[in-house]
Design a protein around this ligand. Structure first.
Ligand SMILES: *[C@@H]1O[C@H](CO)[C@@H](O)[C@H](O)[C@H]1NC(C)=O
Ligand SMILES: *[C@@H]1O[C@H](CO)[C@@H](O)[C@H](O)[C@H]1NC(C)=O
Length: 256
């Protein structure tokens, strides 16, 4: 009896490996390069699965955990330097994203650049931050919680990828992802900025929010790095699990 069970488990495992992980059945597949169909299908997936799809490696979209990132890492020299790290990163709001444009999801996507454009009404980022720095005579050495709200985000991802073969199937792997982000407003609150001085914490937070655009421009390289990390991680996990060909309808009557 025991041997019989083992056999079933082994067969089941082999079968699963050979067939690969599949997208949920309620997600409509499209033909390669059919951008209209893809936009509808991806938006449908986002609406149906706000909690993600663990089987295919899609994390929860309503509360997405991210790796630790260095937003700013200035060398420890001169009168002004600052390092700014965030950890325990959680993003909320990908579940409310609308895909507005896709391009390049062709039969051989390594031959072209792929793009995805999306609109996110509000992307909330919560994290623990570590700030260490000096600005003239002022020394900052703080750890605290921060909460950001990126409002009306227009996101464009430009993606370069390679194809890898496993079990006679083609799997996509992103090797370069460049995000471009435009937004209406960035609201941010740093708790505990000056532990011993609440008034100063409030004043600096207020100054930050009144001049958010300058801070956004100054921090953009670091922020883009963290956005790139976030999207590359999310997408690659799914592409690692589901073969590229299994995401599309089979090409019939078309010879290579
Ligand atoms: C996403 O949309 C839902 C429903 O409209 C809303 O309750 C939720 O607060 C939104 N999430 C974010 C992060 O804005
Ligand atoms: C920052 O503060 C921590 C504890 O409050 C202390 O251990 C550390 O040495 C400080 N670092 C610097 C560079 O002042």
């Amino acid at each position: 009896m025991y041997k019989y069970y083992m056999l079933i488990i082994v067969l089941h495992t082999l079968c699963k490996t050979a067939l690969g992980v599949q997208l949920p059945k309620d997600i409509k597949k499209c033909h390669f390069g059919d951008t209209k169909c893809l936009i509808v299908s991806i938006n449908d997936l986002i609406k149906r699965y706000p909690k993600g799809i663990p089987e295919i490696g899609l994390p929860p979209l309503d509360s997405t955990r991210l790796e630790d990132v260095a937003i700013l890492d200035r060398p420890n020299v001169g009168a002004v330097w600052l390092t700014f790290y965030t950890r325990d990163n959680v993003n909320r709001g990908f579940n409310n994203a609308t895909i507005t444009h896709v391009d390049g999801f062709s039969r051989d996507p390594t031959k072209n650049i792929m793009t995805i454009e999306a609109h996110i009404p509000s992307l909330i980022h919560e994290a623990t931050y570590d700030m260490l720095g000096r600005y003239l005579l002022f020394v900052a050495n703080t750890t605290g919680k921060l909460k950001s709200d990126f409002q009306n985000v227009q996101l464009k991802l430009t993606i370069k990828s390679v194809l890898e073969y496993r079990n006679h199937k083609r799997y996509l792997k992103i090797y370069e992802l460049k995000p471009k982000v435009e937004l209406d407003r960035w609201i941010v609150w740093f708790d505990n900025l000056y532990r011993e001085n609440t008034d100063l914490t409030i004043a600096v937070n207020r100054a930050f929010n009144e001049n958010w655009l300058e801070f956004w421009n100054g921090l953009e390289p670091g922020l883009m790095k963290s956005f790139a990390q976030c999207f590359t991680g999310m997408l690659n996990k799914v592409f690692e699990n589901v073969a590229y060909d299994d995401m599309f309808l089979p090409d019939v009557g078309e010879n290579e």
